[in-house]
Design a protein around this ligand. Structure first.
Ligand SMILES: Nc1ncnc2c1ncn2[C@@H]1O[C@H](COP(=O)(O)OP(=O)(O)OP(=O)(O)O)[C@@H](O)[C@H]1O
Length: 379
């Protein structure tokens, strides 16, 4: 009996394979299997977790196996003990312990290609882009008037929220989310890049329903026949991608492919045919007051804003064209300005009790104006 986790079957020598009468592929666990496994571990190790928590864990851990769940629980217990300064391992785990452990394990996962990466972004974290949101949702949840699409290409300038949007779609639809940056799949060894593409789709198949997000798609699927690489690696990767996408539609699987690029003109046109990424949606920056306000609202959701200051007041001072990423940078700096101001004040009034309350972390118009002058050339 051979237990082979590292090499795909096709890479083993046929002479060697003849030694085995049967081969069985054990793929990733389905959602139901993961729930059963987790419940079994919890019962065996007498760990108390309510059903809602178990469901949350299962939803956030596509691709996890027995070892991953054991690591998750160990990390969660360790985290609980250090946060609450408890010596005994007999603890009641909280959601924060679990979520922190999932984050840590996912960080390790993301180092391997196509590993499940779980980032929670909600719709209201994405400001504006209402048309794009509607377009994606209608593609995912078709009505009688439109068909379900297999994929959408998001294109537009950098920092306009394409990646953010893809993550939000995955969260809102409760789909698993596999995020791959195009260049990550490319490998100098012959045949390895194509194998990486196959591997990513295999992972997606085992994590259905799943959103497969290819960032920087132009680097992975450039126009064929125009590449300078001598072995035609780029062309073969594109062909592999097309084969996988066709297979995906014929099997009618719940895999939805989202591609993102700044250069749609560089992408091989075969990828944009019906049944593949058959819809291209432009994701642009904020050109009007309304979209700027929507993005600012989303970015300052968790800020404690001074009551006599309204985000509307800022809009007139912003440049005509800004991206979400630029507004994010500005809001981040405004919060830092506020924090610096409060720390300075506390240091000068160290004995003043009123100064020690969190209410002092009120972000004011001055904090924003200062941040704005640092980030943009003001009108
Ligand atoms: N519409 C938006 N609402 C809220 N935040 C936004 C929005 N657009 C961008 N941001 C902020 O800018 C950051 C960068 O955005 P994101 O990575 O999604 O851009 P992108 O279009 O994928 O860029 P690139 O093409 O360079 O990959 C986000 O993490 C977010 O903080």
């Amino acid at each position: 009996m051979l237990n082979n986790e590292q090499l795909p079957r096709e890479e083993l020598s046929p002479v060697f394979l003849r030694l085995f009468l049967q081969s069985q592929q054990v793929g990733n666990l389905s959602k139901i299997n993961r729930e059963q496994l987790l419940k079994w571990i919890l019962k065996r190790d007498s760990v108390a977790l309510d059903n809602i928590m178990i469901k949350t864990i299962v939803d956030h851990t596509s691709g996890f196996n027995y070892t991953n769940y054991m690591t998750l629980l160990l990390l969660a217990v360790k985290n609980h003990m250090s946060v609450h300064n408890i010596k005994s391992t007999d603890v009641i785990l909280e959601e924060s312990d679990i979520m922190l452990s999932i984050e840590k394990i996912n960080l390790v996962f993301t180092k391997s290609i196509g590993a499940p990466s779980v980032q929670v972004v909600k719709w209201d974290d994405v400001g504006g882009l209402i048309n794009v949101k509607e377009e994606i949702m209608s593609a995912l949840k078709p009505s009688t008037f439109n068909m379900r699409r297999s994929g959408i290409l998001l294109y537009g300038p950098p920092g306009t929220g394409k990646t953010l949007l893809a993550k939000a779609v995955a969260t809102e639809c409760k789909y698993n989310f596999l995020s791959i940056k195009g260049p990550e799949l490319l490998n100098m060894y012959i045949g390895q890049s194509e194998a990486n593409v196959r591997e990513v789709f295999n992972k997606a198949r085992s994590a259905v329903p799943c959103i497969l997000f290819f960032d920087e798609l132009d680097s992975l699927a450039p126009k064929r026949g125009q590449n300078g690489d001598s072995g035609g690696v780029g062309d073969r990767v594109v062909s592999q991608l097309l084969t996988e996408m066709d297979g995906m539609t014929s099997e009618n699987q719940q895999i939805f492919v989202l591609g993102a690029t700044n250069r749609p003109d560089l992408i091989d046109s075969a990828l944009l045919r019906p049944g593949r990424l058959d819809k291209s949606v432009y994701v642009g920056g904020c050109n009007d007051k309304e979209s700027k306000l929507h993005v600012l609202r989303a970015l300052t959701k968790k800020f404690n804003l001074n009551s006599n200051f309204h985000l509307n007041d800022l809009i007139n001072h912003l440049p005509d064209q800004v991206t979400g990423a630029e507004l994010y940078g500005m809001c981040h700096n405004a919060w830092l300005n506020c924090a610096r101001r409060v720390i300075k004040k506390r240091l000068t009034h160290i004995n003043d009790e009123q100064c020690a309350t969190d209410e002092n972390l009120l972000v004011t118009e001055e904090d924003f104006m200062k941040a704005m002058s640092e980030s943009f050339i003001l009108k």
